[in-house]
Ligand binder design. Structure first.
Ligand code: NAP
Ligand code: ZN
Ligand code: ZN
Length: 351
């Protein structure tokens, strides 16, 4: 296969609606696999990027999509990890330096080496071409950056695990969510609903902190033990000093100090949502109870595989609404309105 033209949905310019277009995928290299994309999840990060909110300038037209599930349809001559017919996924990055301390430790997402992390879209690939994401019919990727999707996980429900799943699994594992631990998930959206499922499966006592009680029944069904509305000031009084760990998936400006007050002594608030603007932290909210404020970004390749295997073992796919490609812009509006239950997934056959 030489450079191939494939169908895709792209934002032609920042904030412009996405529209159908064609892009090229590179020639299949020695270590590359060709993936027939079946499904692509819509992450809130796609919206930040398509609207130019993270100020990277980016490459427009931009094809978003980093929750990719599909089937291998061709392999390069030296490929060993995947074979034609395998069900595979690709997440938020498609390359890294492979030599730095972090890459060597399986923390590719924090690559500090030359060239750094290569995002699945909006970045420049090692070949000098802009990378384009999963709202597309085909993808060529180095085999090292493709994950095996275990049997028992449907491809459409597996796609969102490649970002939403690993983004919650990684901090929940690192800060040891498990039996005896009280974990709060802030925001019941795409990330949050996977956080509830995974933290529950790890054995933690899980609380959802949502703007309202509108999705309470869902939250409890997903595995939460408790559900509170953050619009009610009584929530912050009743739950003061309760949690070992809080994972915040919200990208809006929250009063983080109010949430820090919900942590026990030595508790940690992990920021996952990525707002445009800095958020103020009151040092006293940390100092007085030796609390920590941390961040976490997706996960490495090995940990992403571990997460997929964990989710398959526990029967945890994402709760999804499958849409046609011509519904992407409408889906974006619904995500922005917190009207998602709980991930939109594009059926790429409709592109
Ligand atoms: P999402 O599906 O839109 O979920 C976000 C949730 O936040 C909403 O469902 C809503 O939950 C809550 N929310 C929205 N607006 C709010 C407001 N004004 N005040 C309080 N709560 C509000 O988005 P997502 O795909 O889960 O992504 C969430 C954020 O994480 C985005 O910023 C995304 O870019 C970022 N992200 C980070 C990583 C990482 O590696 N750290 C990876 C992926 C995504 P309720 O209705 O329950 O309140
Ligand atoms: Zn994402
Ligand atoms: Zn590296």
């Amino acid at each position: 296969m030489s450079h191939t033209t494939v169908a895709a949905y792209a934002a032609p310019a920042p904030k412009a609606p996405l529209e159908r277009t064609t892009i090229t995928r590179r020639e299949l290299g020695e270590h590359d696999i060709l993936i027939d994309i079946k499904y692509a999840g819509i992450c809130h990060s796609d919206i930040h990027s398509a609207r130019g909110e993270w100020g990277e300038g980016g490459h427009f037209p931009l094809v978003p999509g980093h929750e990719i599930a599909g089937v291998v349809s061709a392999v390069g001559s030296s490929v060993t990890r995947h074979a034609v017919g395998d069900r595979v996924g690709v997440g938020c990055f498609v390359d890294s330096c492979r030599h730095c301390e972090n890459c060597a430790a399986g923390l590719e997402q924090y690559c500090t080496g030359e060239g750094g992390l290569v995002g699945t879209y909006g970045a420049t690939g090692r070949d000098g071409e802009p990378t384009q994401g999963g709202y597309s019919t085909h993808l060529v990727v180095d085999e090292h950056y493709a994950l095996r999707i275990p049997e028992g996980l449907a491809l459409d429900e597996a796609a969102p695990l490649l970002c939403a799943g690993i983004t919650l699994y990684s901090p929940l594992a690192r800060w040891q969510a498990g039996p005896g631990k009280k974990v709060a998930v802030v925001g019941l959206g795409g990330l949050g609903h996977m956080g509830v499922k995974i933290a529950h499966a790890m054995g933690a006592e899980v609380t959802v902190l949502s703007q309202s009680l509108r999705k309470k029944d869902d939250g409890l069904r997903l595995g939460a033990d408790h559900y509170h509305a953050t619009s009610d000031p009584a929530t912050f009084e009743a739950l003061a000093g309760t949690f070992d760990l809080i994972v915040n998936t919200v990208s809006a400006d929250l009063d983080l100090n109010a949430y820090l007050g919900l942590l026990k002594t030595d508790g940690t608030l992990v920021q996952l949502g990525a707002p445009e603007q800095p958020l103020p932290i009151a040092p006293f909210a940390l100092i007085t109870q030796r609390r920590s404020f941390a961040g976490s970004m997706i996960g490495g390749i090995a940990e992403t595989q571990e997460m997929l295997d964990f989710c398959a073992a526990h029967g945890l796919g994402a709760d999804i609404e499958v849409i046609r490609a011509d519904q992407i812009n409408e889906a974006y509006e619904r995500v922005l309105a917190s009207d998602v239950r709980y991930r939109f997934v594009i059926d790429t056959a409709t592109i």
